[in-house]
Design a protein around this ligand. Structure first.
Ligand code: DGY
Length: 418
């Protein structure tokens, strides 16, 4: 046990660039938004100050409108596509132009709750609070123009679940004509059979070019995008972060932020019910352009348990995971192995990811579903013991997939074990 913690910390130190951490050497050579925030949880066990630095660096690159970009290109590195020269967002330190799951509010509260040196860090937390809140406000203003209570993503990269089956149908409406020629770099670092397809990459780049052509103006991007999907997992993360920020703000006497954050969370939880799919027995994505739920049994609908959904819904999610355990050895596959488009090695079309396991287990534990939460934690650790600190794992064989020596996988191991 201590041995695993030591190994995990070694992985994190190896990827530490001083004020930020790269997800893994080679494949992802910059700072990624949700990787950083979740990795801060791991750092906090050894060096709390370093954990706050990770978050501070991320928010130092927040845009004026409140968005926090998904990649910060701190240093040049031509081993990644699409690099800063493709995004061309015009930021002093180059960044991408889209965002990622807003886990920072959740991470902040968790790190501060456990802090053994609250007095020493309180000013830093106080300085971060309005920044995180501005990001949450940005989501509601820019990605929920009809005030439905839930936000849409306009690019699959925003969800982190880049090539989920969830996007397949919506992606047929994203054209590939006019996409500038490009050369992928990811497939030179890792097995192409574990990565998205070339066809998907063309559509990722189409959307990037479209948004770039609109000057990265967030007041226009949502309505202009042919891809507008409401993802239950993404929204659960936002709702959880708003709820956690409300508690933290209250503790620090920031009552306006507390009130507004609580209101965001309450509205979001009510609206989540519109994503419940009785047939699937879980939450589902909603395609705003098509005006319909997406019939896709993916982990996005299970990650909904990360926010305070009603107890009956949490019980249904626990039952769904119990059912998945009949067809896979390791929980929780990112797509139902019995569904036709399942692919156990290809990124988000089947493999197990420890960060999602951690968030689902956390939510189910809070909802009183402790047995299944324990099962998820123990499967996660079995994967590490068998295959090391990989990016993701085949849910049948436990084989390591994608990149190796992965920062957030290591951080989650520390969280599961501490
Ligand atoms: C990638 O390049 O694979 C990332 O997921 C995009 O952020």
């Amino acid at each position: 046990r201590q041995d695993l913690i030591d190994q995990a910390y070694d992985v994190m130190r190896h990827n530490d660039r001083g004020t930020y951490t790269v997800p893994t050497h080679g494949l992802y050579p910059f700072q990624w938004n949700w990787d950083s925030a979740l990795s801060a949880l791991g750092f906090a066990h050894f060096d709390e100050s370093r954990a706050w630095t990770e978050l501070e660096t991320l928010f130092a690159h927040q845009w004026d409108d409140g968005m926090v970009p998904h990649i910060i290109f701190h240093k040049e590195d031509d081993g990644y596509f699409p690099g800063a020269d493709v995004w061309r967002t015009g930021r002093p330190v180059p960044t991408s132009g889209i965002t990622q799951p807003p886990v920072a509010g959740f991470a902040m509260r968790r790190i501060f709750d456990r802090s053994r040196e609250k007095e020493a860090v309180i000013d830093r937390v106080r300085a971060l609070l309005p920044k995180v809140h501005a990001w949450h406000r940005w989501f509601h203003a820019s990605r929920d123009p009809q005030a439905a209570g839930l936000v849409a993503v306009i690019h699959p990269w925003e969800t982190g679940r880049d090539n989920s089956v969830d996007w397949d149908d919506a992606f047929t409406r994203v054209p590939v004509e006019g996409v500038e020629p490009f050369q992928r770099r990811d497939t030179s670092h890792t097995d192409p059979a574990h990565r998205p397809t070339d066809e998907q990459y063309k559509r990722y780049v189409y959307l990037l070019q479209l948004f770039r052509g609109l000057g990265w103006d967030n007041s226009r991007l949502h309505d202009a995008s042919p891809f507008q999907v409401v993802d239950p997992g993404f929204n659960a993360i936002l709702i959880r972060s708003c709820a956690d920020l409300a508690v933290l703000a209250q503790e620090l006497g920031e009552t306006d932020i507390a009130r507004e954050s609580r209101a965001f969370a309450d509205r979001g939880i009510d609206a989540m019910e519109s994503l419940w799919d009785e047939g699937l027995g879980q939450y589902a994505c909603f395609d705003r352009i098509k005006d319909a739920l997406v019939q896709s049994p993916s982990i996005g609908g299970l990650l909904a348990a990360f926010c305070a959904i009603p107890a009956g819904r949490a019980a249904c999610i626990a039952r769904r995971i119990e059912a998945l355990a009949h067809s896979a050895r390791f929980m929780v596959p990112s797509h139902d192995p019995l569904a036709p488009d399942y692919d156990g090695k290809r990124y988000w079309r089947g493999p197990v990811w420890l960060v999602v396991n951690y968030m689902i287990a956390d939510g189910l534990h809070a909802a009183g579903q402790t047995e299944i939460a324990r099962r998820i934690a123990s499967d996660s650790l079995r994967l590490i013991e068998q295959s090391g600190f990989a990016e993701y794992y085949d849910p049948m064989t436990g084989e390591a997939c994608g990149g190796g020596n992965f920062t957030w996988t290591a951080a989650m191991v520390i969280e599961f074990l501490k």
